[in-house]
Design a protein around this ligand. Structure first.
Ligand code: PLP
Length: 405
């Protein structure tokens, strides 16, 4: 009989699990799906230093150009002076500061909901709400293009999870008709993160009312941008207690974290039953100080949103008929034929001093460049990208620079 010790010391046995990991990584490389970090050595902005080189940045989700805003930086510094750095505890134990409370009240009022609750990240907020509101025996319905964190949350909820084709209300209606579940939750992105288009929120709410369901809207890409900055629900003119709203604060708001806004009853329920809320350390209070200033800027400086719209019109003009998807938001995806073309174009753009992400399956169903327009860009930045990208698209791929393996 082999002893436990000799089995665990056998070199081949020890190598086995490593071989499996290496083989899976090799397969990813072969499929042009291997992922690596780029190293930033400057703050976010229109121009960033990446792997030692300055690039014009069309990659980050800093839509309003607030990630390095001096007033927000100053608020964070003053916040650190006043509160220190760490929150020290989970929110229900000893980590919920008066400035967290002030931010939540301000955020709720801003999006027109009675109450709000803050979270350390949007990913956590999605896990928190969906696993609290739906469980075994319930049904959750998600759009096929929902963000990965929503899909993870729906799966972890242990409810029956059904996905409907993108924005397909007829299929959703059929699923709602046939489900035996009494507790039903419809889950969508307000603005879809990889296509830049919007969910049909008014129609979704009508279905929810007819079938007595909740609607959860993840507005990571609408908050700060649509509805005068107040997000997708305000933009659509919708106000219903069934609508539960989530905004992330690391994108347009330029800081970090997320908040959920809903009826007070829903917020009280989350505080009591949501494990991802209860069992994690609260965000540093200095971030809430920064976020209060960010909200002021989002509310006051509508020129940032107007500038994004001008950039969208400019890029759509430059790249009409060249694979640019019809999006009216900062997210401007350019569809291409293959992962290889996506990587080749991204690399060629980098040669020319631009930073544009190639997004590939499994993140998206079809490969694309995801161009992000920000209020931090000038009209000249966007015009230059449009012109250079048009030229690259006219060039056969094999003339483009060396592609990463
Ligand atoms: C970025 C994003 C999240 C996650 O938010 P974080 O605060 O980055 O964790 C959730 N949903 C969508 C649609 C996102 O784009």
């Amino acid at each position: 009989m082999r002893t436990l010790q000799s089995a665990s010391l056998s070199p081949t046995a020890a190598a086995m699990p490593f071989d499996r990991l290496a083989a899976e990584l090799d397969a990813r490389r072969a499929a042009h799906l291997y992922r690596q970090h780029s190293l930033l050595d400057s703050p976010q902005g229109a121009r960033v230093t990446v792997d030692g080189r300055e690039l014009l940045n069309f990659c980050s989700n800093d839509y309003l150009g607030l990630a390095n805003h001096p007033d927000i930086v100053a608020a964070a510094q003053a916040g650190a002076k006043r509160w220190g750095v760490g929150s020290g505890s989970a929110p229900l134990v000893a980590g919920h500061f008066s400035v967290h409370e002030a931010f939540e009240a301000r955020a709720a009022a801003f999006v027109g909901k009675p109450a709000a609750l803050s979270f350390v990240t949007g990913y956590m907020a999605n896990l928190a709400v969906i696993t609290a509101l739906a469980g075994h025996g319930d049904a959750v319905f998600g759009d096929k293009l929902n963000h990965a964190s929503l899909n993870d949350a729906c799966q972890l909820s242990r409810a029956t999870f059904r996905r409907f084709p993108h924005n397909d209300l007829a299929v959703l209606e059929r699923l709602l008709t046939i489900t035996p579940a009494r507790n039903k939750l419809i889950v969508v992105d307000g603005v879809f993160s990889m296509d830049g288009d919007a969910a049909p929120l008014a129609e979704l709410l009508r279905l929810a009312e007819r079938f007595d369901a909740w609607v959860y809207v993840d507005d990571a890409h609408g908050f700060g941008v649509l509805g005068d900055g107040r997000g997708s629900l305000v933009a659509a003119g919708l106000d219903s207690p069934r609508l539960i709203y989530m905004a992330t604060l690391g994108k347009a708001a330029g800081v970090a974290g997320a908040f959920v806004a809903a009826e007070q009853l829903v917020i009280d329920y989350l505080i009591n039953f949501s494990r991802p809320y209860i069992y994690t350390t609260a965000a540093p209070p200095l971030l809430a100080e920064a976020l209060l200033v960010s909200l002021d800027l989002i509310e006051r400086e509508s020129w940032r949103r107007e500038r994004i719209l001008e950039h969208v019109a400019s890029l759509q003009g430059s790249l009409a008929g060249r694979g640019l998807m019809a999006s009216m938001t900062s997210i401007q995806p350019l569809e291409v034929d293959s992962n290889k073309v996506a990587l080749g174009l991204s690399a060629a753009l980098r040669e020319h001093g631009y930073w544009v992400a190639a997004i590939r399956p499994p993140t998206v169903p079809t490969p694309r460049l995801r161009i992000i327009l920000s209020a931090a860009h000038s009209a000249g930045d966007v015009a230059k990208l449009g012109a250079d990208l048009r030229q690259l698209l006219d060039r056969p791929l094999d003339q483009s620079p060396e592609q990463p393996a």
